[in-house]
Design a protein around this ligand. Structure first.
Ligand SMILES: C[S@@+](CC[C@H](N)C(=O)[O-])C[C@H]1O[C@@H](n2cnc3c(N)ncnc32)[C@H](O)[C@@H]1O
Length: 384
């Protein structure tokens, strides 16, 4: 479930003499010892509160909040170093350049029994269109719950929520039906995305995106940003007025049984069109999906055995199957696999063509924007 987010890292900290405009400085690491004036905590709007793990005293986490970020502020519970690295991802300029330029609202949050709330299109949305934007509101280092005693963990979660400009937007996501001990824990458990920040696994909550229900063949996907905390929701295909917006909570290539098992974490039985299709259709889909998985193993094995011909043949077969199963993101990654295989075999011309096809597929989906640098960057990645 890698959402593929990357963060900017502060790699260059030039000599003092070059720091005349302050632009190139690495952001300082800030923790509770920093000082008692708000200017000391900048860019955070609250004094960080920190705790050291009793289980491992080398681990320290703080709550970092900026109540001006996005619609309702952001709170991170993370290591001081990670917070310093992410400070440049903050965006205090809402409603600024990141929002969707649309005068007609494209969706509404409505009751969709028995799923609870859900998101419905209120106008026609075109394929590849980014029709919703949202900002990370709670971000939590995944190692934090394990490193902390339960009560301290809850206390920090609640502090993080309280320091948002609109805590109710997050707390309102709580399910009244739930038996969970702690409401914030429950909210994060069923609503957040996993992503990497400062090289560590985190979970991130986007309150608006959190209202989107799951489907195994969804009509939308979430597009993450490598350089900011905002996300966009993009249409996989044209969506008609009154249609429910859906995303996939799980990898899109799993057979039915595995999907149902993975979805249990969210506490529902999936009744999407793919899960309730006819027996024959489900069997055909499952067959292709299991075949994709076994062919992926064949590719890896062939690479191990330096058998390029078999690897390419299996990769081509996967491409045909993911097209038949209509898993567009895997079409793009499969072109990339082929590009890498040809690159390895020294056929850089064919490799370049496949790399271009991979990028074209992602651009066509609205997954990335066109950039002239992308092809050389991708090819460079093949060599390193
Ligand atoms: C991220 S939230 C989605 C919004 C949620 N329905 C709400 O009212 O806030 C995830 C929760 O929605 C419900 N849900 C999502 N997709 C569903 C589906 N396809 N069928 C039934 N319930 C679903 C489950 O309760 C799940 O834990």
């Amino acid at each position: 479930e890698d959402t593929g987010i990357a963060t900017k890292h502060c790699l260059i900290d030039p000599p003092h003499a070059l720091r005349h405009d302050g632009q190139f400085r690495c952001p300082p690491v800030i923790d509770e010892s920093i000082g008692s004036h708000p200017v000391d905590w900048s860019p955070w709007t609250h004094q960080p509160e920190c705790v050291i793990s009793e289980k491992d005293p080398s681990l320290k986490y703080c709550v970092y909040s900026n109540s001006r970020h996005g619609y309702q502020g952001i709170s991170l519970i993370t290591k001081p170093k990670t917070a310093a690295d992410s400070a440049n991802m903050l965006d205090e300029e809402f409603p600024g350049g990141h929002s969707i330029n649309s005068t007609t609202p494209s969706y509404a949050i409505v009751d969709i029994p028995p799923k609870g709330k859900g998101v419905m299109a209120t106008r026609r949305i075109s394929r590849a269109e980014a029709f919703m934007s949202d900002w990370a509101t709670l971000v939590l280092d995944l190692s934090f719950p394990k490193a902390m005693q339960r009560q301290v963990g809850y206390q920090f979660l609640h502090l993080a929520a309280e320091q948002l400009s609109d805590p109710d937007k997050v707390l309102g996501l709580g399910r009244s039906s739930t038996k969970a001990v702690d409401i914030v824990e429950d909210i994060l458990g069923t609503n957040s995305f996993s992503y990497t920040l400062g090289g560590d696994s985190h979970m991130a909550l986007y309150p608006e995106v959190a209202r989107i229900n799951h489907a195994c063949k969804p009509n939308a996907f979430v597009r993450f940003s490598a350089t900011s905390f905002d996300v966009k929701v993009v249409a996989f295909r044209d969506i008609e007025i009154g249609e429910e917006i859906t995303i996939s909570y799980i990898p899109m290539n799993l057979p039915r049984e595995k999907r149902q098992r993975d979805l249990r974490r969210w506490g529902f039985e999936c009744t999407c069109s793919l899960c309730t299709a006819s027996k024959t259709e489900i069997a055909a889909s499952d067959y292709r999906r299991e075949k994709i998985a076994s062919l992926q193993e064949d590719v890896l094995k062939a690479i191990d055995e330096l058998d390029g011909t078999t690897a390419v043949r299996a990769a081509h077969e996967i491409l045909t199957l993911v097209k038949a199963e209509d898993i567009p993101t895997m079409v793009a990654s499969q072109y990339e696999v082929l590009a890498r295989l040809f690159w390895k075999a020294g056929d850089t011309e064919t490799a370049t063509q496949y790399a271009q096809q991979s990028l074209d597929t992602l651009i066509d989906l609205g997954y990335i924007d066109y950039s002239a640098d992308d092809l050389p960057l991708l090819l460079k990645d093949f060599t390193t």
